[in-house]
Design a protein around this ligand. Structure first.
Ligand SMILES: Cc1cc2nc3c(=O)[nH]c(=O)nc-3n(C[C@H](O)[C@H](O)[C@H](O)COP(=O)(O)OP(=O)(O)OC[C@H]3O[C@@H](n4cnc5c(N)ncnc54)[C@H](O)[C@@H]3O)c2cc1C
Length: 365
C-alpha cells in the first residue's frame, strides 16, 4: 500500500486484524499487559501498519498522522492492548523526531514502534510535578559527556524500559533545563516500582547516582528542555486521547450490556460526556492534519476527557451495585484508575488555570 487514505487504511487494517488474531491471553497482570503490547506492536510493525503516519527518516511509511489515530482506535476497540501504555509512542516518538540528532532518532524509533523496546518519560520529581520548572535533577559536563544525579518519581513503566527521555537541570531557570535520552541500564540508575491504588506497579521512583550520559544523547541543545516539555504535552492530549476515548466507548457499551436496571438519564449523561470529548478530539485531529501547532487549547481536551472518564466510571459504580466496592473486578481497577485522570499529564486545577489565563485572558487571579 502506498500512502493510503483514511478509509482505505481502515478497511485494509480491519481485514488484516480479522485474519491475524492478536487478542490478549488470560494474563491481565502488568507484566502480561506489557508483553502483550510488545507482541501487538511487533506484529503491527512487521506488517507495516505501525509505520504509517510516521516519516521515512525514522523508517516510517509516511501518510497523514491521522492514520495513527485510526490504528490506535482499532487496537483499543478490539481490546488488543491497554490504551494508556499503547499510546506512549505518541508522546515519545514526536519528541525524538523533533529533538534527537537525526541518526539517533533513525536508530532508536524503530525499536520502540516495533515492540523491541519500551521507553519512559522522566519529568516529575518529588518536589516538582505541576511546578515542573523547579526540577533539580542535575546534569554537569564531564569528559565530553554529562553526569546526572537526582531523583524522578511517577515514571510510568520505568522498570520495563530500556531508555528514558529525561529532563535535567544544567543552569538556573526555565532556560536551564536540558533533556537527554538515557539508557536505563547505565551504571548508577536504580528503579523502585511504586504501587498505585488500583494495585498495579505502573510507575516507579528512579534514582540517578552519577550516571554518565554521552554528549550525543542530548535532545536539542543545552537549555531546550523546557521547550521540549511544552511541545510534548499537547501530544499527550491529541492522538493519545483519540485512542483513550475509543477505549472508553467499549466500557460504555459493556456497562449498557451489564446493567440490569438501566437508568437512561445516567447512561445518557455518560454518553454525552464521551461524545463531547470525542468531538473536541476530532477537532484537534483536524487541526493536526492541517499542520496546526497544538498549544494551551489542548487543556480543554484534557478537562473534557478527564471529566468524561470519571463520570463514566461513577455511572458504573451507581448502576452496578457492589461491583466496585465489594469485588476485585476489572470495573473496580478501572474505576480506581480513572481517579488519576485528573492528575497525570497535568492536573485538572492546572488545566483550568491555563484555560483561564491563556485562553480566556482572565488574569492571574
Ligand atoms: C498514573 C500516573 C502516571 C504518571 N506518569 C508519569 C510519567 O510517566 N512521567 C512523569 O514524569 N510523571 C508522571 N506522572 C506524574 C504527573 O505528571 C504528576 O502527578 C502531575 O504533574 C502532578 O504533579 P504532583 O503529583 O507533583 O502534584 P502537585 O503538583 O504537588 O499538586 C498537588 C495538588 O495541588 C494542586 N496544585 C498545584 N499547583 C497548583 C496551582 N498553581 N494552582 C492550583 N492548584 C495547584 C494540583 O492540582 C494537585 O491537586 C504520572 C502521574 C500519574 C497519576
Amino acid at each position: 500500500m502506498n500512502e493510503p487514505g483514511v478509509q482505505e487504511f481502515r478497511r485494509g487494517l480491519r481485514a488484516w486484524l480479522d485474519d491475524n488474531d492478536l487478542s490478549p491471553g488470560p494474563d491481565h497482570s502488568l507484566d502480561g499487559q506489557v508483553a502483550q503490547l510488545a507482541r501487538v506492536r511487533r506484529a503491527l510493525y512487521d506488517a507495516g501498519w505501525m509505520r504509517y503516519g510516521w516519516p521515512k527518516e525514522v523508517a516510517g511509511l509516511g501518510g497523514p498522522a491521522v492514520l495513527r489515530a485510526v490504528l490506535g482506535e482499532e487496537v483499543a476497540t478490539r481490546g488488543l492492548a491497554e490504551p494508556g501504555i499503547y499510546s506512549m509512542v505518541e508522546v515519545l516518538v514526536p519528541t525524538m523526531i523533533s529533538y534527537a540528532p537525526p541518526e539517533l532518532a533513525a536508530e532508536m524509533v524503530p525499536l520502540l514502534l516495533g515492540g523491541r523496546e519500551q521507553w519512559c518519560q522522566g519529568f516529575s520529581e518529588p518536589g516538582s510535578g505541576s511546578d515542573l520548572a523547579s526540577l533539580t535533577t542535575r546534569a554537569v559536563p564531564r569528559d565530553g559527556g554529562w553526569v546526572v544525579t537526582g531523583q524522578k518519581v511517577w515514571t510510568s513503566l520505568a522498570q520495563y524500559s530500556q531508555r528514558c527521555v529525561l529532563l535535567t537541570r544544567t543552569a538556573p531557570g526555565h532556560g536551564g533545563i536540558t533533556a537527554f535520552f538515557v539508557d536505563m541500564d547505565s551504571p548508577g540508575i536504580t528503579v523502585r516500582p511504586l504501587r498505585t491504588m488500583h494495585g498495579v506497579d505502573e510507575f516507579a521512583e528512579v534514582f540517578f547516582d552519577e550516571v554518565a550520559v554521552p554528549g550525543d544523547r542530548m535532545l536539542g541543545r543545552p537549555g531546550d528542555g523546557w521547550r521540549l516539555a511544552m511541545d510534548l504535552l499537547p501530544y499527550e492530549r491529541s492522538t493519545c486521547f483519540w485512542h483513550r476515548i475509543a477505549h472508553l466507548y467499549t466500557r460504555l457499551d459493556r456497562l449498557v450490556a451489564e446493567t440490569e436496571d438501566p437508568d437512561d438519564a445516567a447512561l445518557g449523561e455518560a454518553y454525552l460526556g464521551l461524545h463531547t470529548a470525542r468531538c473536541r478530539s476530532h477537532l484537534t485531529q483536524r487541526r493536526l492534519g492541517e499542520g496546526g501547532r497544538l498549544g494551551p487549547e489542548t487543556s480543554v481536551d484534557k478537562v473534557l476527557l478527564a471529566t468524561a472518564e470519571q463520570r463514566l466510571f461513577d455511572t458504573a459504580r451507581d448502576l452496578l451495585p457492589g461491583v466496585i466496592e465489594l469485588a476485585e473486578s476489572p470495573w473496580r481497577a478501572e474505576f480506581l484508575y480513572s481517579r488519576a485522570a485528573t492528575i497525570y499529564g497535568g492536573t485538572a486545577e492546572i488545566q483550568r488555570n491555563i484555560i483561564a489565563r491563556r485562553l480566556l485572558d482572565l488574569g492571574r487571579d
